[in-house]
Design a protein around this ligand. Structure first.
Ligand SMILES: Nc1nc2c(ncn2[C@@H]2O[C@H](COP(=O)(O)OP(=O)(O)OP(=O)(O)O)[C@@H](O)[C@H]2O)c(=O)[nH]1
Ligand SMILES: [Zn+2]
Length: 329
């Protein structure tokens, strides 16, 4: 948790009860409130999954400006029936296990939490039409490592192109990869999604909706249908959406997120994902960036001594450098 987030949590005012009922000492008032998970957000309305059923809710006042994002587990009170026209109230956000963030724009310092509590980032890229973009994969890897979320690269449209070149590129990083094609067998992917909460990212046309629809047949995701009169999408929400898989596990589709601003990412967070490199880098001079131009980086010493594969260090440096690449894909 960052300091800013901690502050947000601490600044959050506990609700005050009216009347004279005695308050239990130090005990939050909402400890016995129902716990639900945020599945999507649309114009200030939160759709929650409460015991498998949808409930619409709004943020309660005491939450103030604290962010509530898809994947958050929240305590909720009020009308929990889920009936049309009912509105429950979110009174507390439970501590997040992970947060996937992006810098809102690379020119800004503002960071936004994209989704909470995911444990896998699925980077969806087509092998052709559109062609894969190594730089984009690198940037998504950085976002995943920064968040402490395990990455999985999913190459789609294997009927149109070969994965060889991309597999070679990713091999030194030990990233898990799965290759799919429309109408093909998705069992390997299903196994990798099982028992996890996976966020899917990928830019337009890579076949993400095709995958989601195959994995969650009842999803019928609102597609980016553009209204010819207004020029705006019929469903203007660009919120992520959490979908339960027909086996244990969930996926979070993120239509609005096609790139990651990475200004906020620190080198330390990325190298932590690579135990072998992290161990060696302890011998680096203070403030070492571990990039190729560092004169005394311990990673180079280890390569020279045959203790680290050069390809792995070079791949690590490539993803580090991807932080400062252009973000318009
Ligand atoms: N040849 C081939 N085409 C595919 C495959 N998967 C998806 N497509 C096609 O690629 C196009 C884009 O697929 P979508 O699933 O809509 O892609 P998306 O990533 O959701 O794109 P947006 O809806 O724009 O966000 C569609 O015409 C699909 O039919 C595949 O494995 N092979
Ligand atoms: Zn170093």
């Amino acid at each position: 948790m960052t300091r800013r987030e901690r502050d947000e949590h601490e600044a959050y005012d506990r609700p005050r009860r009216r009347g004279s009922r005695p308050r239990t000492k130090e005990r939050p008032d909402y400890d016995d409130a129902a716990v639900a998970q945020v599945v999507t957000i649309d114009r200030g309305r939160y759709t929650l999954d409460l015991d498998g059923g949808p409930v619409t809710a709004m943020k309660s006042r005491p939450l103030g400006r604290q962010g509530v994002v898809v994947g958050d587990e929240v305590r909720v009170v009020g009308d929990l029936s889920g009936r049309d026209g009912t509105l429950a109230r979110i009174v507390e956000v439970l501590p997040r296990r992970t947060v996937l963030r992006r810098t809102a724009d690379d020119d800004e310092a503002l960071e936004r939490v994209v989704v909470a509590n995911a444990d896998q980032l699925v980077i969806v890229q087509a092998l052709a039409d559109p062609p894969p973009r190594a730089g984009l994969i690198d940037r998504c890897l950085v976002a995943a490592y920064d968040a402490g979320i395990e990455p999985l690269v999913c190459f789609t449209k294997a009927d149109l192109g070969s994965p060889e070149e991309m597999l070679t590129l990713l091999d030194p990083l030990d990233v898990r990869v799965v290759v799919t094609h429309r109408g093909g067998d998705l069992d390997e992917l299903r196994t990798l999604l099982r028992d996890r909460t996976s966020v899917l990212v990928g830019h337009s046309g890579v076949g993400k909706s095709t995958l989601v629809n195959a994995l969650v047949p009842q999803a019928a995701r609102a597609t980016s249908h553009v209204n010819e009169v207004t020029g705006r999408g019929r469903h203007t929400s660009t919120s992520a959406q959490l979908l339960r898989l027909p086996f244990p596990g969930s996926i979070i589709d993120t239509p609005g997120i096609r790139s990651f601003g990475l200004r906020h990412v620190e080198t330390d967070h990325i190298i932590r994902a690579f135990d072998d490199l992290d161990a060696v880098a302890r011998d680096c001079p203070r403030g070492c960036t571990h990039l190729a131009e560092e004169p005394e980086c311990a990673l180079d010493v280890a390569i020279a001594a045959g203790e680290l594969p050069r390809a792995r260090v070079e791949s690590f440096r490539r993803i580090l450098s991807s932080r400062s690449l252009a973000t318009d894909y």
